[in-house]
Design a protein around this ligand. Sequence first.
Ligand code: ARG
Length: 464
Amino acid sequence: MKMWSGRFGQAQNPDFEQWQRSFPFDRALLPYEVAASKAHAAALAAAGVLSERELAATLSALDQIEGEGGPQDDDPTIEDVHHFVEKRLVELAGEVGYKLHTGRSRNEQIATDLRLYVREQIDAISQTLLEFLGEFVEQAEDAGQNAMPAYTHLQRAEPVLVAHWLLAYVEMFLRDLDRLADCRKRMNECPLGSGAVAGTILPLDREAVANELQFDSPTANSIDATSDRDFAIEFVQALSVVALHLSRWAEELVLFSTTEFGFVKLPEQFSTGSSAMPQKKNPDALELVRGKAGRVFANATELWIAVKGLPLAYNKDLQETQQPVFAAAGQVSSMLRVATGFLAVVSFDGERMQQAASGGFMNALALAALLVRRGVPFRQAHEQVGQAVRLGLEKSCALEQLSKQDYAQCGIAADAELFRALALEEVLAIHDVPGGTAPLRVRAALAAIKEKLSIYAGAAHAGT
Ligand code: ARG
């Protein structure tokens, strides 16, 4: 039996009937639909609509429905997850099952179910993100004092600690964690009691229902609660940024794994071969992380488009907001799992990175800094060091290999201190500010990050 057939004299067009169904995908919401239904049943009993016995029968049938997990195959007679639960409830508990829909509407139910889904996904994805960050921390610790080139414009710019480079990603993903937590704060309100649009017709205890479902409070406006999906949009936007960061990370590792860079040794567990070229080991895991990021952005766009033209309040278009949310959550979870596994086993060629960190005139700025300390205005120092670089290029040698005479030609008085300043350790050490790559600063940053991660892990444990 349909949930709304009374006023209809004609059968639905069969194509339309099948096409408008959401059960093939909204069955993913079954656990939340059951939880919300239990909370509503308790509120109905408190309002005197269900007797104690009826409540007990309803709750135990709902438990069974959750345990069964829905039909094995799709059932074409079921319109959506709400319809399914009602139908199964009547099968299990009899006529009393028809009482559960008293004082509620599918409009508030779907708004509630989707929030519960998003909340659970935020918690799960945050947990996976934390594990991913744990691997960055381990790699940063393993990297010790190793250095590598930092690039701007993809040209060698300045040497940095490998740990400093790794921790750059940690900062990005920490902000992603924050974004998810922030989104959770705003979305954690309970629409139940909003009815179809104007608020329920029964004196239901909305506070109690919200409490039961671990929402912070009931929503404040029934029209808003049943019609906005900004929480889903925010969630998928936050996931888009996670995907964006994952994609940049993957791209950088793809690049670093080329023979030309040779910084990253691709783990075989996360690589594939070529069916044509026997020698190949390809970075498919990274490429797919990069490739799949685009799908998450597409999900975010789908959501914007689904909601942007809708007058208040509920419109069936909102049914189209479910799949992009499921897809984005599923995608980002699996991207993170693969990325975490990859990072746990990837190894870096520390020697090669260190070697690369020492070439390419990347100590030029450090030399200019020394001249500045000696009282030369920066612009002049820049010019003089630039001339020294030109000389080095002509002679195919590094700055530390130029002679005192060469330096004199550039107006620079070279002495032992100058040559010391050109050494990699010195070049790293002068970036001695919070956020800089001086080894002591990186050590402090690593300690701060570990502290932050343990706070996050504690919070996740406490379920907040
Ligand atoms: N399956 C619907 C959805 O996902 C449930 C709400 C239906 N409400 C309605 N008034 N037809 O949006």
